[in-house]
Structures are given as C-alpha cells and as structure tokens.
Design a protein around this ligand. Structure first.
Ligand SMILES: [Zn+2]
Length: 343
C-alpha cells in the first residue's frame, strides 16, 4: 500500500433502523447528534474514495410529540420511534382525573426498555389539567398539591426529565395573589420531593380565561420567588406565546420576543419547546393548536426556531391534533414539515 493520506468513508447511522426512512440528504454545516457511529476506512484507491456522511436530521433536533399511553407507557415510546421521532411527551395518568392506577415495576421496566429501544432522549410528562396551584380555594389548592407530588413521583419513577405544567389560574382573585399562592404550593411540593431529578417545567400559556403564565414575568416570578429555583425550567409553547401577544413572524419579531424572554426570565431557563401552530391570532389569548404551518403562525416562526442554534439541543414536542391525512399520521406530516425547514 502506498504512503500518503488514507481516504475514508464515514457512515453515520442510527441504531434504530426505522429512522433511516426519514433521512434527508443535506449539505453544509449542521449540528449533528449521532447515537451510534460506524467508521469504515478503505485504503486509497478502493471504491470509497472520499468522506461522506449521512446526516440524520431527526437526530439534529430532538423533535417528538405528545403520544398516548393507552395500553401501556411503552406504547408511547414505541409510537415515537415508529414515527421517526427522537423524544416523547406523555401523561403519566389520565389528564382529566385526580386519581391514577399505581405504577407497577412492570410498567416502568417496559417503558424504560422502549425508551432505550427507540433511542429516545429527554422524555417528559405533562401534568393533569385539573391541578390549580394558584387556587384560593383551600380544598382545591391542597388537592392540587397532593396531585402534583404524585405527578412528580410518577415522572421520577419513569425516569422522565421534566414535568410540564401550566402554572394555574387566578379565578376571581388578583393575579399577584394567585402567583404567590403558586410559589407557596411549589415550596411545599419541592420540600416533599427533595432530591428528585425530574424538573418542573413551567409552561408559558396563552392566558385564556384567568390562566397565569401568559407574561414572561409570571414565569420569572414563580422561579425566582421559590425556595428551590433549581427545581424549575421553562417550556415555551409557540402557540401559547403568540396567542399571549408575543409575535414571532419576521426575523426582527422573533429576535425581539426571545430578547425579551432573555431579559425577563433568561434563555438558559428554557428546557423544552412545544411546537404548535395557532388557530387564533396574535394576542387573542385563546389556546387552539393547529398543524405546523397551517395556522396564524405559518411556517416562518418555525423556520427561525429550527435554525436557532441556541435551542438546537432542546427537546421540542408537538401537541397537534391526532388525525390522518391521505392515510398518514399528522404527527409524521408535522415532523417532516419541521425537518424540511432546517437549512
Ligand atoms: Zn403546550
């Protein structure tokens, strides 16, 4: 063999074969996450004479969806894998009931095996919609605290990294009083779950009705006033912040909105995104999710987001309607739309 540089072929591929079908050829620099890497080195003059790499766009961004646990927690993880997704969000119990069946060791084992089998990163949960930690009604407030502790326990046991929660609703009371009540509740919750690894991700909301969390200031207040700010992060929902009045369309609007977020909360507090288009206009304060690019947001905000290197490492979960179009799951369509925006 002659001296000189060895020319190589590098083939990067994912251990989960089902992801291959979502492979898109791309060129130019990208942030690439690769779960497994096979390197084959051929001597000079062999048929492989240049570097090539197959990027896996779904691994470049941790895009997933909220998926059903009907039939077992592992079903959501397997469904995410089958869709070519890199992460998943679940309810750990029915979202509109206070009580849930206790988790069994079998539930946990099957779920965790499915997470590994499907190479999912940063799986998370969303809490029940019944919980209101801002309530002035003592009975509901205490019930909400108990329920949130259980939500955290279940998420921790399943090995989830975050529990997304809407911060509560003020009802008839003043927002400031309700926000103080939320902080008080979290102080109790966090002391009762000391040492947990799962974080509470406060979600930015649309501000429908008397819902808290539609101003970035609300999120900052809850985190900063709590005794354990390290237990929190923020989940930014594109539909919600737009409906709450933060524009995202033009590059300038997108930049200004995240500059404001940085000034008020800090970009380093963002742990996750919810990717949803909005059926309702800017500042409508109405929370109606639409498929990506088909609502009042359109594609541009998602193009900015998918190419924003500051958020490239963060999980992003779709919460769009489960339905089919031309025989294809809309989760798959929305995923393809998002991946197609990556430059
Ligand atoms: Zn959301």
């Amino acid at each position: 063999m002659s001296a000189g540089p060895i020319r190589s072929t590098v083939i990067a591929f994912c251990a989960n074969e089902r992801r291959i079908r979502n492979r898109i050829e791309c060129d130019g620099p990208h942030h690439v996450s690769i779960l497994s890497l096979r390197i084959e080195i051929f001597p000079q003059g062999s048929m492989a004479s240049r570097w090539t790499m197959s990027y896996l766009p779904d691994m470049q961004r941790l895009i997933g969806s909220h998926l059903s646990i009907a039939g077992g927690y592992y079903k959501a993880a397997d469904a995410a894998g089958a869709l070519g997704m890199a992460t998943v969000q679940i309810f750990t119990k029915s979202s509109n009931q206070w009580r849930g069946k206790p988790l069994t060791d079998e539930d946990v084992r099957l779920f965790q095996e499915a997470v590994v089998r499907n190479n999912l990163q940063q799986p998370c949960a969303h809490d029940s919609y019944l919980i209101n930690l801002g309530s002035m009604n003592d009975e509901l407030w205490h019930k909400s605290i108990e329920a949130f502790v259980v939500e955290l326990e279940r998420a921790e046991t399943l090995g989830l990294v975050g529990l997304v929660t809407h911060p509560g609703a003020a009802g008839e009371s003043e927002e400031e009083d309700a926000l103080a009540r939320v902080v008080e509740a979290f102080n109790i919750i966090n002391s009762r779950t000391a040492g947990f690894r799962v974080q509470t991700w406060i979600e930015a909301t649309a501000g429908q009705g008397s819902t808290l969390g539609y101003r970035f200031e609300h999120l900052a207040y809850i985190i900063n006033e709590s005794q354990d700010p390290d237990r929190f992060g923020v989940c930014v929902d594109t539909c919600h912040i737009f409906a709450a009045g933060y524009p995202l369309g033009t590059p300038a609007e997108y930049a200004a909105t995240f500059q404001e977020f940085d000034d008020v909360v800090g970009l380093d507090q963002i742990r996750a995104f919810h990717l949803n288009d909005s059926k309702k206009p800017l500042a409508s304060r109405v929370d109606r999710h639409d498929h990506i690019g088909e609502g009042m947001l359109g594609l541009e905000p998602f193009r900015h987001l998918m190419n924003d290197s500051r958020f490239a490492h963060l999980p992003m979960y779709l919460e769009t309607k489960k339905e089919e179009r031309d025989g294809e799951e809309m989760d798959a369509v929305n995923l393809r739309t998002l991946l197609g925006l990556i430059r």
